[in-house]
Structure formats: C-alpha cells, structure tokens
Design a protein around this ligand. Sequence first.
Ligand code: G3P
Length: 224
Amino acid sequence: MLELYLDSADIKQVARFQACLPIKGITTNPSILAKAGIGVNQLLAELNPLLEEKARFHVQVVSQSLDEIIAEARQITALPYDVVVKIPATEVGIAAIKQLHSEGIPLLATAIYSVQQGFLAALAGADYLAPYVNRIDNFGGNGVEVVAGLQQLLTQQNLACCVLPASFKNTRQVLDVLATGVGAITLPVEIMEQMFIHPAVPLAVEQFNKDWQRVFSHKLAFET
Ligand code: G3P
C-alpha cells in the first residue's frame, strides 16, 4: 500500500488528517521545523501517540561534513521511534548514505532534482528518494518526468528503493506523480486539503438534503 505522509510539523493538522486518512507519518526538513518553531524531540513525542501504530518519521540531518552527518544520523536513528534519516543527496551526502547503509540505518536521500542524482543515491543504499516535483518545475524542468524516469530506472536496475516525491503546489502534480507508480508520497497541508475539494460536492450534498427533507422531513434513513 502507498505510504502517505504529511510534509508538516503542524500537530493540529496531522491530527486532522490522521482522523480520516491512513497517514503513515510525517516528513520534515529544517525549514519546516524552523517555521513551526518546534524541535524534533518535542514533535515526535507529541505525534507518536497521536498517529497509529507503526508511525514513521523522516528527520533530516543539519550537519554539513561527512563525519558530522554520519555522527548526527547515528544519533537520530537512536531516537525511540521509527525514524528514517534524511540526507541531502550531494556528493558528501551520498558518501554518508553509503556508509550509513552499511550500518543498516534507514535512509532517505532528499533534495533530488534529477534522475541521475536520485539513481546515484539509490545505488549508494538509500531506502527512499525524495524528488522535489514543484521545485523542479520552477527551474523549467518537469518534476513528474523526473519521478517517472527515476521510477523506471529503479525497476530496470532492480533497486529496492522507494520513491517518495515531495514539493507540490497543485493536485495535478500529485495525480500525475501517483500515476507513475511511486510507493510513497508526502503532501503539504494545503495540497492535502485541496485533494478533498471540488465545488460541485457541497451542491450535490445540499440537494440530497433538500430532496430528503421535502418527503421525509427529519426522519433518518433507517426510520423510513
Ligand atoms: O521536504 C522537501 C519539501 O518540503 C520541499 O517542498 O514546498 O518547500 O518545495 P517545498
């Protein structure tokens, strides 16, 4: 089953969508946490009981050098939760992924803007790849094509790595990415919200209510 994540550190919003959807967990990055003004320890402690059993949290390292990234990743993975360590897929980041993969640490290669970059991270041992769909579009590229190309290459090369696209600004991007067969996706709150919305739906529901009340007044369905 597709792993559905919220790309958010907003606890109220996570609770809101967890109530109606099988949210696997959350993805965060330093910008998301800084914007929410909440640290990793507080966030995970509050979300873990809120989310269903086996909630997964993707937490990004903030260290820059190879040794520091490796040391930080080891600390993150020691947290008492199901945590995947996010590492930007730079040359240094991919070197860290190679080392940390050999230690059995679950890893997500993030900030992926091209098929080749994602492919290298997968070869190095990343468990997840996060291509930035909208940001690729913003650079004049095609985020959906990058996701599709990556997905195809992983299948052809028999690499057991899950594509977890991130960075969306509209639901069209989401649907096109899902059609490529990705195993996971992370959506910002605004886009998750938009997935529910269609202007015709409230009108349809209102018409059902009017038609029913005209004939059956306030009786419930099972009472008629
Ligand atoms: O984790 C990466 C993702 O949050 C990027 O999204 O909306 O900042 O492009 P965005």
